[in-house]
Design a protein around this ligand. Structure first.
Ligand SMILES: C[S@@+](CC[C@H](N)C(=O)[O-])C[C@H]1O[C@@H](n2cnc3c(N)ncnc32)[C@H](O)[C@@H]1O
Length: 350
């Protein structure tokens, strides 16, 4: 190894070792308003000036700023601190904010139990930090408000941005009956009803989740067009309802182990005729154009281990393709680069 390469590899290793401390420093710099204050002061500010503006002690400002120097969030020029481009992204980039919030409010403490979760095949982080639940999904409605809000914002951020682009692809085949599996709060179903007057939608999700969807559907007067069924789809003996032209699964299969995904896909296939299509919208790290997206997805994969369920992961498109084929279907088409980093797979029966 060349000297420079070894030095940068060593530096990288130290960044990993100290990552949790840097994370907290960056978050507090953001949340205390210090980064915002620096953004408004292009000529820079001294520690004392920042302390006055942020209504905090000079000691607090100094230690945060010095960690910020290490993280390249701020720089110092003749005792005046200035925001760097990285600090600008920490402060203003929506995806960074959403990721940082869900890490802080939902993942930070549970991640400490990663090893236990891997050993036990259970989300030990969830159980230690949020209560004795088997998975996060029925637990979410009883999460503390800040944790629930940050989770919903994170979850919806990735799928919401893809929905408008996915609608014309799904409706190209003019489905009249659409089954939204894992339809959550009804966001996709409501958009489908707005997109096409002739479609009726059924949402399948856990009973306490469809209760939330029902509220949203009622608020918009869409009860005639969208109905919901509360069901635990982990129960492999429960078949999918039949006679749907389109079955939609958005960010759904990631919630299940390979064995469970196969069972879900087999039940979907059993409910489909040859004209029906299965649409799988997900964030596959092997289909990303940008390394930044693959980095986020590969890292967040462990959220499923320590917090969500202890046994699923961010699947690659190639993993899902194998499971689709094992369930008696084939992948007809994949459209990438929808929304932030989603891909849409279209599958039919073989
Ligand atoms: C990651 S969210 C995706 C929600 C939505 N489809 C989207 O794209 O934003 C996964 C959804 O699957 C549902 N889900 C998870 N486990 C389930 C189960 N065992 N039975 C039924 N639904 C389940 C969750 O309640 C949640 O609404």
């Amino acid at each position: 190894m060349e000297g420079k390469t070894a030095l940068s590899a060593w530096f990288n290793a130290q960044k990993i070792a100290l990552g949790p401390i840097i994370f907290q420093a960056a978050r507090v710099l953001r949340d205390s308003g210090i980064l915002g204050t620096l953004r408004e002061s292009p000529a820079g500010l001294t520690v004392e000036e920042i302390a006055t503006k942020a209504a905090t002690s000079p000691y607090a400002v100094l230690v945060l700023l010095e960690a910020g120097l290490a993280a390249d969030i701020v720089r110092c020029d003749d005792r005046r601190y200035l925001l760097t481009p990285t600090g600008f992204y920490v402060l203003t980039d929506e995806s960074t904010r959403i990721n940082m919030d869900v890490v802080q409010k939902c993942c930070y403490q549970p991640a400490f139990y990663l090893e236990d979760s891997l050993r036990d095949g259970k989300p030990v982080g969830l159980q230690q930090c949020f209560g004795d639940w088997e998975t996060i999904y029925p637990a979410l409605s009883s999460f503390p408000e800040a944790a629930r809000t940050s989770w919903l914002e994170w979850d919806h951020y990735y799928s919401d941005a893809a929905f408008p682009q996915a609608l014309p692809i799904v409706f190209a085949r003019k489905p009249r009956r659409l089954l939204d599996v894992g339809g959550n709060t009804g966001k996709w179903a409501i958009q489908c009803a707005g997109h096409c007057d002739d479609v009726s939608i059924t949402i399948l999700d856990l009973p306490n989740v469809v209760a939330l969807a029902d509220e949203n559907i009622r608020e918009r007067g869409l009860q005639e067009r969208i109905n919901t069924t509360g069901i635990d789809l982990l129960d492999a003996s429960k078949p999918f309802p039949r006679d749907f032209d389109a079955i939609w699964m958005s960010q759904f299969l990631v919630c299940f182990s390979e064995h469970e995904v196969l069972s879900l896909l087999e039940r979907a296939a059993a409910a489909m005729d040859t004209n029906a299509r299965l649409y799988i919208l997900d964030n596959f790290w092997d289909r990303q154009t940008y390394d930044i997206a693959a980095y986020c997805l590969q890292t967040f994969s462990l959220y499923f281990t320590f917090l969500a369920n202890g046994r699923s992961r961010m699947y690659k498109a190639s993993d899902i393709t194998e499971m689709v084929e094992a369930a008696g279907m084939k992948v007809d088409d994949v459209t990438d680069n929808l929304g932030i980093c989603s891909s849409l797979m279209i599958c039919s029966k073989r």
